[in-house]
Ligand binder design. Structure first.
Ligand SMILES: [Zn+2]
Length: 454
């Protein structure tokens, strides 16, 4: 994989030399390449398209996620990205840094006055994306401090080809097994580049890594037809991959987890404002957003009380309107009581997926009927249980906390029934649902990364 990317860069350099020889006047090597690249592209969108595809080819797991499966190299050879893992060596990260720096120079050389408004918007998105990648690779250096990125990448790498439909099942399983075969190398690389980590990242990575082992030992194994070439390949690659993953968990616990962390899970003031700007693409500062949110919170809470009052009266006829309480506590109590009663009406655990699927159908129908937005005829949205390797994303959210809160409240109220109820509900929520992304990378926007914990 690395040699292929090197080849791409080399090829560009060779063409660059030829073109600049004709140009004659450009002295700086960088601007030569820049002029060349700009001239090479018929227009901006061709440049943007090439950037997007090359950056995805540099991160095959992201490519699977974005739905970009085959990457054509300049010589015409096509690589199957779904069969590759990312290069997690220091050299691999350096290559990414170089790649984004070069493209940043290229895009900064584009004359934005000549772009139409849509292209100019794309330019901004791409520029922010490049800045975000460089912020991470050069300053935050998450890859040195967060083991969950490797564990989640490996999980996604195996899981995505199993659940997408870009090729026949046999081909996709072949891709997954090729990736399984690369796991020992990937783990070895991750161990080399990881320096230290916040304890929460270490424990989360260990937990999610169990999900990866299970994915290979159970989920993948069940998909492989017995006595097939795929079964032979599985037998050849699975044991050492499982061993490598188990060793990695042990190493996380005994080695990385014992090193004093040089930073916490928070990005902090040093990096957060930049990340905020690149992700949200807004000139507004985090402080301004916080002030706006705090002001709006007051208005929203007042509105919630206004809406809850008539329901509270109906649901709890023997309660007063709690007008004797200070306003903040009154809002908490009245709205809390009403929400509590509303949440009593919920689907049972074994009916959750049916319910979500029927809700989905209902919402789709509503959007079509009311002509809210145009929906294509493609049906590639699946509702599936959240795989173990990505469950921390939910666990970090409200489900556990809401259960704990409900249990605490129940203890105060001495209502064991409600406590059981809350527990059941949290189990359902923890099972969660996972929406798969559409399998097409049509636009640089699909390149945008989700906002990570700050
Ligand atoms: Zn009340």
């Amino acid at each position: 994989m690395r040699c292929c990317r090197m080849f791409t860069l080399l090829a560009l350099l060779v063409i660059g030399t030829l073109a600049s020889a004709q140009e004659g006047k450009v002295s700086d090597a960088k601007s030569k390449k820049q002029v060349l690249r700009t001239a090479q592209a018929k227009d901006f969108s061709e440049l943007a398209d090439r950037f997007m595809k090359e950056s995805l080819a540099l991160s095959p797991v992201n490519a699977s996620q974005a739905g970009y499966h085959k990457h054509a190299l300049p010589g015409g050879r096509v690589i199957e990205l779904d069969a590759l893992l990312d290069d997690y060596s220091e050299h691999g990260f350096e290559e990414k840094r170089q790649f984004y720096r070069q493209w940043q120079t290229t895009f900064h050389g584009v004359d934005r006055n000549k772009l139409n408004p849509e292209e100019d918007a794309d330019w901004q998105i791409i520029d922010d994306n490049i800045s975000l990648s460089l912020l991470d690779l050069q300053r935050v250096e998450k890859y040195k401090h967060n083991p969950t990125i490797y564990v989640e990448d490996i999980g996604n790498a195996l899981f995505l080809p199993m659940t997408q439909a870009y090729a026949s099942k046999e081909v996709r399983l072949g891709h997954v097994l090729a990736r399984v075969g690369e796991i020992p190398t990937a783990v070895k690389q991750a161990k080399t580049v990881l320096v230290d980590a916040d304890p929460i990242f270490v424990s989360t990575a260990i937990e999610e890594n169990d999900g990866n082992v299970d994915l290979i030992e159970t989920t993948l194994k069940e998909e492989i037809p017995a006595a097939s070439p795929l079964a032979e390949k599985y037998a050849a690659v699975a044991p050492s991959a499982i061993q490598a993953l188990q060793d990695f968990s042990q190493w996380l616990k005994d080695d990385l987890g014992k090193r004093p962390p040089s930073r916490t899970w928070r990005l902090g003031k040093e990096f957060y404002p930049d990340k905020f700007r690149y992700v949200l693409e807004t000139p507004v500062t985090p402080e301004q957003i916080l002030a706006d949110a705090e002001r709006e919170l007051k208005e929203v809470r007042a509105e919630m009380l206004r809406l809850a009052m008539p329901m509270h009266k109906q649901m709890y006829p023997d309660h007063s309107d709690h007008g004797d309480l200070p306003s903040h506590e009154r809002e908490n109590l009245v709205v809390g009581e009403v929400l509590e009663r509303i949440s009593d009406d919920h689907v049972q655990p074994d009916q959750l997926f049916n319910q979500v699927n029927s809700d989905l159908a209902g919402i789709t129908q509503f959007i079509r009927q009311k002509n809210i937005v145009g929906l294509s005829d493609r049906h590639n949205l699946k509702v599936i249980p959240t795989p173990v390797f990505m469950r921390h994303l939910l666990r970090g959210g409200f489900p556990q906390r809401s259960a704990a809160r409900a249990q605490r409240r129940s203890r105060i109220l001495g209502d064991t029934h409600r406590a059981r109820h809350a527990e059941g509900r949290s189990r359902v929520q923890a099972a969660g649902v996972q929406q798969l992304r559409p399998e097409v990378a049509e636009h640089p926007r699909s390149h945008a990364r989700p906002l990570h914990p700050v």
